[in-house]
Design a protein around this ligand. Sequence first.
Ligand code: ADP
Length: 300
Amino acid sequence: MDLIIEGLSKTYGNGVKALDNVSLHIPTGMFGLLGPNGAGKSTLMRILATLQEADGGTAVLSGNGASIDVLREKDAVRRTLGYLPQEFGVYPKVNAYEMLDHIALLKGVTVKKERKELVEALLQRVNLWDQRKRKLSGFSGGMKQRFGIAQCLIGEPKLIIVDEPTAGLDPGERNRFYNLLTEIGENVVVILSTHIVQDVKELCRNMAIINKGKVLYAGPPDDSLREIQGKVWEKRIAKSELEGFAAGGRMISNRLVAGEPVIHLLGDERPADGFVAVEPSLEDVFFGAINRSNAQTAAQ
Ligand code: ADP
C-alpha cells in the first residue's frame, strides 16, 4: 500500500492558504506528519479522510493491483479508512462496550455474533477489556485515545489517520499508545499528524515536516539528521545574552540546564568562541527547518 499525494492545495474562504502544492509519497508503515500549530496538518488529514474538499491536486491509494482516487472515490476510501480525529466526540453516558458495538453496527457489521466477537477482540487488543463497562465520560485521555484506536480499527482499514493523538497524554499513557500504534502500523499506511517531535522520533520510519502549508522536508528521520551533521552548535550562555542570540535568527533551541540557558545554533561554521559542535537531534532538524522557513516568509 502506498499513498501518493501530488500538488494538493487548499485555500480557505478567509484567504488562508492551508495547503500549498503539497506532494508526498507515503509508504506502508508509520509516517509522521510533523508541523507546528497552524501548519495545515488537520486540513490535510481531513481531506484524506474525505471530510473536506481540496481545491486542486491528487491523492491515490494503491497496492495489491488496485488503486483508489482518494479525492473522488469517497465511498471506497471510507470503506478502507480508519480515522481518529483530534476532537473525538462520544456519547458520555454510554459505556465502552456499548459505544463500540454501536459504531461497529454503523460501519456495517450487522450480524450480532460477528459484532460481539469483533468488539470483544478490539477491547482486548487496546487493553480496555477491564474498563468495558465503564462510561466513556470517566475515561482518562489515554483511555479515550485507545478507545479511538479500537473504533478506527473496525473494518480492517488499510489507511489509518491519527490527528495529534498524544497531545495531552501523560508519559505513561503516551507510551501505551505508542506501543499500540506500532503494532497496528506494520501492514497498513498510518499517518500520524503531530507537533510533538518525540512522537515521530519513537515511531516513524518516514516523516514530513510542514509549515504554513508547505512541505519543508520529506524522508527518513535519519537522513534529515545526516543533513545537519556538524552544523549544530551548542553553548551555555548567560540569561542576559539570550535576547541577542534569539534576534540573530539562527537559534534553533533554547533550554534551561540547572537554571542556565543552553542554546543551539545552526550554521556551517562555528558561530563564535565557546560554541561546540554537538550530535544533531530531531528537534534540531525540526526547529531548524521551521525557523528557516519563517525567516524566508518574513523576508518576502
Ligand atoms: P494544524 O492542524 O497544523 O494546526 P490546520 O490545518 O488546522 O493546521 O490549519 C491550517 C491553517 O488554516 C491555519 O492558519 C488555520 O487558522 C487555518 N484554518 C483551519 N481551518 C479553517 C477554517 N475552517 N476556516 C478558515 N481558516 C482555517
